[in-house]
Design a protein around this ligand. Structure first.
Ligand code: DGL
Length: 264
């Protein structure tokens, strides 16, 4: 048993899609979340900068005495997961492997699409992980650099968002039967993405998939929070405006949240 919280990090609000799934699957656990919205999006930044920023968030979470760290950001996972995992003595999870496995399980015609930030797509990591597990899969990847700024500005259903999503995803329509949302911000645009791709395309939420792995690790290492400890204590931190973060977080998590501004 381990009553410490689980730490989550993301470039902004995207990791909340992972937290939402955690609160559904493991509602007893406590969360500490850091979102670096002041410096989002990470996707177009050079790898070295993404590495530095991610380490700053990891170190922040370590000061909060977390029992596990989830890189709830595909971009950070692509650049620095292996390194963080190797250096820390608590479990560190990323979101890419769970998304890759789920896509293989879901596809019916071995045609998988992957959408992500420019860094995630140019790293080729999804293609590599998917084809490592299942070499016959055809993987088509597409960078969607306009999606994260839309989500960060809480434009989840606007006509601008609909237009941008439609224009961006056009090249993938009719070409894949499964689409990996390879950025944790994208599930916030899921209804629009599903509408553009069509009802038969299965959307894979890489973050939600990773919660299953969190659960397995908590069980394996006996890190679950004690049942006797009543109540929850979730803490959210942002490097940008706390009220703007709370507006998105409260809508998405369907509860009131306690958000504090921090400088990393
Ligand atoms: N949520 C991050 C991801 O999963 C978005 C990165 C960004 O800020 O561009 O990749």
């Amino acid at each position: 048993m381990d009553n410490r919280p689980i730490g989550f990090l993301d470039s902004g609000v995207g990791g909340l899609t992972v937290v939402r799934e955690l609160l559904r699957q493991l509602p007893h656990e406590d969360v500490v979340y850091i979102g670096d919205s002041a410096r989002a999006p990470y996707g177009p930044r050079p790898a070295e900068q993404i590495r530095d920023y991610t380490w700053q968030m990891v170190n922040f979470l370590l000061t909060k005495n977390v029992k596990m760290i989830v890189l709830a950001c595909n971009t950070a996972t692509a650049v620095v997961w292996e390194e963080v995992k190797a250096k820390l003595d608590i479990p560190v999870l990323g979101v890419i492997l769970p998304g890759a496995s789920a896509a293989i399980k879901s596809t019916t015609h071995q045609k998988i699409g992957v959408i992500g930030t420019p860094m995630t797509v140019s790293s080729g990591i999804y293609q590599e992980k998917i084809q490592h597990l299942a070499p016959d899969m055809e993987v088509t990847s597409l960078a969607c650099p306009k999606f994260v700024p839309l989500v960060e500005s809480n434009e989840l259903t606007s006509s601008v968002s609909k237009k941008v999503v439609y224009e961006t995803l056009k090249p993938l329509v009719g070409k894949v039967d499964t689409l990996v949302l390879g950025c944790t911000h994208y599930p916030l645009l899921k209804p629009i993405i599903q509408n553009v791709m069509g009802p038969s395309v299965k959307l894979i939420d890489s973050g939600a998939e990773c919660v299953r792995d969190i659960s397995v690790l908590l069980n394996y290492f006996e890190l679950n929070k004690s049942r006797e400890l009543a109540g929850q204590n979730h803490r959210f931190y942002t490097t940008a405006n706390a009220n703007s973060f709370a507006a998105i977080a409260e809508k998405w998590l369907e509860r009131s949240v306690n958000v504090e501004h921090v400088n990393l």
